[in-house]
Design a protein around this ligand. Structure first.
Ligand code: EPU
Length: 426
């Protein structure tokens, strides 16, 4: 297995371009299942998770062709409605094909994703929504079997518009039901919906295709079903978590980094907290410049649904706060066990205690390089950041987690002066 080796202590300086958003690309690729014809998608990030969803789409009969500038995706002829375990187990977001398949074919079979390193991650809210829209759901042999009540969509039978309230504002749940509702009979109202920018990017893509959606980006989304959707060209929005990760890379190395081709307003909570900890952050049209300090001031952080501080930036913020000048508390409210990076940071000399949903961090002057192991995507990013700031060499193992969500991370960091390289494994 590959590992990443970092020699820490280099001040990062220069420009980093941001790739397309993973969590927007995945639902948008799934949404191509909703209709016929060639879609041309640009700014698609080159990531393992994108490869996984492409594999899944191909398994369903979709043709996906890579072009110099993106992907051409055509779902005119579907040959299956089955998302098998071997693909879903490597990427939970595979559940995003459930809504489009159900809307298009009237039936779908998707392996249950199960728990993962960051928590139990149930899909009960997705399933509740599909039931309200007129489907029967059965869990059998580890699979979700969903079909229109009364059988698959013969004689133009469709899902029914419904009023759906989410107990939790779920991101992929909102996306799954929004996609399904575009082709339903009548109007669907999603209440307490997720407001994340990725939900808005998906809604923009669907509206471009002819869907009638209003309220995306607020907690009430209204979708009026239409008869059919058209193929379109679409450019995926920039990745806000990749952006935040590189801003922290600038801050944690006391560097001066300009992150290009991003959307600063998607990161307001992160920018606010980084400014509060003393970093200088300057925003312009399509970028963000961070000028870091020798050691940041401690700041408390609580993760929340958008526009709150993103859980996907919690691990990176803990890395930064581990070298702060005092004590702070970072509280995780979205996922119940998203602190696996803390044990590894401690091996690098960080002083962090976990108390329930909170990490109590006492900043230390320097971290020390060490061999460490990543257990999920954002934990890997956290360990890379810690390695950039640490004295000596850090080896990050289980890099496949990182490759799921960061496009060319070593190359981008090398371009701003990091000493980082990948050692290919067996
Ligand atoms: N939840 C339920 N029932 C459900 C769905 C969710 O109780 O049916 C709970 C979850 O357990 C969690 C909360 O609701 O406590 C929010 O989870 P959500 O459903 O929003 O998470 P998700 O849609 O599975 C997406 C991102 C994650 C990101 C979360 C939160 C994608 C593909 N994934 O996951 O991204 O952490 O939203 O913002 O969009 C990552 O990129 O590293 C990543 C994990």
């Amino acid at each position: 297995m590959d590992k990443i080796i970092i020699t820490g202590g280099q001040r990062l300086e220069g420009k980093i371009p941001i790739s397309g958003s993973k969590n927007a690309a995945l639902p948008i690729l799934a949404a191509t299942l909703l209709g016929n014809g060639d879609h041309h998608l640009t700014n698609v990030p080159d990531l393992k998770d994108v490869t996984t969803i492409i594999k899944l789409l191909r398994r369903l009969g979709v043709t996906v062709q890579a072009e110099r500038n993106g992907l051409t995706v055509n779902a005119t002829t579907l040959i299956s409605h089955d998302a098998p375990y071997e693909l879903v187990k490597t990427m939970r977001a595979s559940i995003l094909v459930l809504g489009p398949l159900l809307a298009r074919l009237g039936e779908a079979q998707v392996s249950l994703p199960g728990g993962c390193a960051i928590g139990a991650r149930p899909i009960n809210l997705h399933l509740m929504g599909f039931e309200k829209m007129g489907s029967e759901i059965e869990i059998r042999n580890g699979y979700v079997h969903a079909r229109l009540r009364g059988g698959p969509s013969k004689n133009n039978k469709r899902l029914q518009g419904a009023r759906i309230y989410f107990d939790n504002p779920t991101v992929t749940g909102t996306e799954n039901l929004m996609m399904a509702a575009t082709l339903a009979n009548g109007t669907t109202i999603l209440e307490n919906a997720a407001r994340e920018p990725e939900v808005v990017d998906l809604a923009n893509f669907l509206c471009r295709k002819g869907a009638r959606i209003s309220g995306a980006g607020t907690d009430v989304i209204t979708i009026e079903g239409v008869q059919k959707l058209e193929p379109v060209d679409y450019c995926i929005m920039p990745d806000r978590i990749e952006t935040g990760t590189y801003i922290v890379a600038g801050a944690i190395t006391g560097g001066d980094v300009y992150v290009r081709k991003c959307i600063p307003r998607h990161l307001e909570a992160v920018i606010f907290k980084l400014k509060e900890s003393g970093n200088r952050i300057i925003e312009d049209g399509d970028g963000l410049r961070v000028k870091g300090l020798d050691r940041p001031r401690p700041v408390d952080v609580k993760t929340l649904p958008y526009p709150g501080f993103p859980t996907d930036m919690q691990a990176q913020m803990i890395a930064l706060m581990s070298i702060s000048t005092g004590k702070c508390v970072i509280t995780e409210t979205i996922f119940e066990s998203r602190f696996t990076h803390v044990g590894e940071l401690r091996r690098m000399g960080a002083d962090i205690q976990i108390q329930g949903p909170s990490a109590i961090i006492q900043g230390v002057p320097r971290l020390q390089g060490a061999p460490v192991m990543a257990s999920d995507l954002r934990a890997s990013a956290c360990l890379i950041l810690a390695g950039l700031a640490a004295e000596g060499e850090t080896q990050v193992q289980r890099v496949y987690h990182l490759d799921r969500g960061y496009d060319r991370i070593e190359a981008k960091l090398q371009e701003v002066g990091a000493k980082i390289m990948r050692v290919k494994g067996e």
